[in-house]
Design a binder for this molecule. Structure first.
Ligand code: ADP
Length: 260
């Protein structure tokens, strides 16, 4: 009997060891795939601005153009814009890694959340106009004072709004709702874009996660925006999640505690 028990225990140990090794291997593969994706995206995003800057510099150095002030100015502006884009991308990556090391000071003060949302809308107005999109506010929350860091929280709303524009293949139609439930304020940001799968809804807040579908691959990004969003909302004792249906659109929901 004892030999049978021993052999069962032994087999069990082998099975457990084997599955845990297998799990680790799968996890490692996932991480390395995510890293590869990230590097590919980053490289791709830097390639275009670098090439554009090179072309603009070559054009300026052309003796026929150098005396044409208007053209030189246009090329210089091009260089400045591309430089700004690269700077913004590097900032994004740095911001999240600083957050992870807890190097960012998150000082909170009381703010009217509706004002923060309106500020965020100002930030995305240009990209919205570029796509002829609209944002309609339905601010129904009567109590709206929250303890937040205005800069980070504006970034949170901007990130969600930018995504709503980015992931809308047609004209972006965005609606923002607020309401009070008990001692919370609920903010809902709704788009009629691509929507996402059930798996994606669970995973979009993970670092470097991007949904692998043909359509979305055409949209640039690093999968960091929503990881940042979650990190900041968590830090404010809030909750963030997404409800979505593929092909119909997504609604990002943020719940924050009120202070009055
Ligand atoms: P990025 O946009 O840089 O890829 P994010 O962290 O902001 O990174 O978003 C992660 C992923 O979540 C996106 O790649 C996309 O697949 C999905 N996603 C985010 N917002 C939306 C949205 N409004 N509609 C559809 N999919 C979205």
């Amino acid at each position: 009997v004892s030999i049978t028990i021993l052999s069962i225990v032994f087999t069990l140990i082998i099975i457990i060891a084997y599955t845990s090794a297998l799990n680790q291997l799968i996890r490692q593969r996932q991480i390395s795939e995510i890293k590869n994706d990230f590097i590919n995206n980053m490289t791709h995003e830097f390639k275009t601005p670098i090439a554009t800057i090179n072309l603009a510099l070559d054009a300026i150095r052309n003796p026929k153009i150098i005396d044409d002030k208007e053209k030189v100015f246009r090329y210089l502006q091009m260089i400045k814009d591309e430089n700004k884009r690269m700077h913004a991308q590097v900032e994004n990556v740095l911001r999240i890694s600083k957050l992870e090391k807890r190097e960012l000071d998150i000082i909170k003060e009381s703010h009217n959340i509706h004002e923060i949302i309106n500020d965020a809308i100002e930030h995305v107005n240009l990209i919205l106009e570029d796509r002829q999109g609209t944002i309609v506010n339905h601010f129904s929350a009567l109590r709206n004072t929250v303890l937040i860091n205005d800069v980070h929280f504006t970034n949170v709303i901007v990130n969600i709004l930018e995504n709503a524009v980015k992931y809308s293949p047609n004209i972006p139609e965005i609606e923002i709702f607020t309401e009070n439930i008990k001692d919370m304020i609920i903010i809902k940001i709704k788009d009629k874009g691509l929507g996402m799968s059930k798996i994606a809804q669970k995973r979009v807040f993970e670092k470097f996660y991007r949904e692998h579908t043909g359509d979305i691959h055409n949209v640039k990004g690093h999968g960091l925006g929503l990881a940042y969003v979650k990190r900041i909302v968590d830090d404010h004792n809030g909750q963030v999640y997404v409800e979505s249906e593929k092909g119909k659109g997504s609604t990002f929901i943020i719940k924050l505690p009120l202070i009055n």
